[in-house]
Design a protein around this ligand. Structure first.
Ligand SMILES: Nc1ccn([C@@H]2O[C@H](COP(=O)(O)O)[C@@H](O)[C@H]2O)c(=O)n1
Length: 405
């Protein structure tokens, strides 16, 4: 059975115009030309589900270099935490030369779209290990790190302050998961005044002797393609992250996608990938892997807008605010906690008429093989509308009942 709402009939082109308008007004940043999405509807549904669950269910996991920091600034590359150490206060000329040679050899491999993660893995271990050995030979001084960071051209992405501040205000934990150098990373965020108590860092930390000289690196090496292991061993143990099944993940490498593997019983994961370098070669892989891809976007605008939306107290979501907008979108309205049974209420458009040029809003009440529910679908639909504060709607004429097994 289908209940019609006849007063809302409209030609398809109007629907498309409304769709465009609404998408723009909900999270206008998603309409930026730097934004690519393979499945926009899935992104919207995930964001809606995360918004309904609220800030208390959310955790943010982010990579650092080229994700929270900019890729380029004023036409030059921004240094990674490793490259910040390339400073005469810390290393000599010979070490600089060797580190640069290693960078020129291995960075192209790291971002090579033609090689698999398995192929890259041993080469990444070699790169990181050789550089760390060079740094240890230099006996880098702990008390010089802050000065080296100050003298560097490290820059966090535009909008970083809003990002860190918002997460702190909302008491959302931020886990920074970096294959860079933890001590340097900490200094960068400290000097930018955003090293707040909700920030947790998993990275390669230096081990200094009693004189303050580098003698080793602590723990298991983290490189760009073994973050899964780190996630399983470290992140799972962080008490502050427990009971937060929704994850916003930010990264710039396909290897970053495994950073949420330590989140037990996760419900929704939304991934945002910064595609900074070798754009054309890597675009397809990024679009197929991240939910949202940001092409050469040096800002935190999209992440901030998504966060603002997820943590807003608005009750309604895409497709649900009929009363406000006098229209709606064909996306799902999930009302999971409303009923003691598994019932799913969608509001969707059905195209009718001989040429399919008019649409009919249809409320679909989906339930799992329960006859009582089936008989009372209309009632549940009414409850759902009230719950979603859509009770000013004219009486529904048809409700579609869908029995799923
Ligand atoms: N010797 C090295 C080793 C790695 N890098 C770069 O640092 C990045 C790792 O840090 P994340 O915060 O992104 O995990 C990585 O992408 C390498 O390109 C380096 O510059 N020097």
């Amino acid at each position: 059975m289908i209940y019609h709402i006849p007063w809302i009939y409209a030609p398809v082109r109007t629907v498309l115009a409304i769709w465009h308008q609404l998408t723009k007004s909900e999270i206008p940043e998603l309409a930026k030309c730097s934004v690519l999405m393979k499945e926009r509807s899935r992104v919207e549904e995930t964001i809606c589900a995360m918004q309904r669950a609220g800030a208390g269910s959310l955790q943010v996991i982010s990579d650092f270099d080229m994700t929270l920091t900019r890729f380029a600034h004023n036409g030059t590359r921004v240094p990674t935490t490793h490259n910040i150490l390339d400073n005469r206060l810390l290393i000599d000329e010979d070490c600089t030369k060797k580190m640069r040679e290693l960078l020129n050899t291995y960075y192209p491999i790291e971002i090579d779209a033609g090689r698999t993660a398995e192929e890259k893995l041993p080469l990444m271990v070699k790169w990181w290990t050789e550089v760390h050995e060079l740094l240890i030979q230099q006996r880098i001084r702990k008390d010089m790190l802050a000065k080296a960071v100050k003298e560097s051209s490290a820059v966090l992405r535009d909008g970083y302050k809003l990002f860190f501040d918002h997460l702190t205000e909302q008491q959302v934990p931020l886990m920074i998961f970096s294959a860079g150098v933890g001590d340097v990373l900490e200094e960068v965020i400290r000097q930018n005044h955003v090293f707040y108590p909700n920030v947790h860092i998993i990275s390669n930390y230096m081990d200094f002797d009693q004189t303050g000289a580098l003698r080793a690196f602590k723990g298991q090496l983290i490189h760009s393609f073994n973050k899964r292991e780190g996630a399983l061993s470290h992140a799972a143990g962080l008490r502050e992250l427990q009971g937060r099944p929704n994850v916003l993940l930010l990264g710039d490498s396909l290897g970053d996608l495994t950073m949420a593997d330590g989140v037990s019983e996760h419900q929704n994961i939304l991934t945002i990938g910064f595609l900074n370098d070798k754009v054309e070669e890597r675009k397809e892989a990024y679009i197929n892997s991240f939910d949202i891809v940001l092409v050469q976007d040096e800002t935190m605008d999209v992440a901030n807008a998504v966060l603002r939306y997820i943590t807003s107290l608005r009750h309604k979501c895409w497709g649900s605010s009929l009363r406000e907008r006098n229209s709606f979108l064909p996306s799902q309205l999930l009302v999971p906690r409303l009923f003691p049974f598994p019932v799913l209420v969608h509001l969707q458009l059905e195209f009718v008429g001989r040429d399919h040029s008019i649409f009919v809003p249809v409320l679909v009440v989906e339930h799992v093989g329960n006859d009582i529910l089936h008989d009372h679908a209309g009632l549940y639909a009414t409850f759902a509308l009230r719950h979603l504060q859509l009770d000013e709607l004219p009486k529904l004429e048809r409700v579609k009942r869908k029995k799923t097994t």
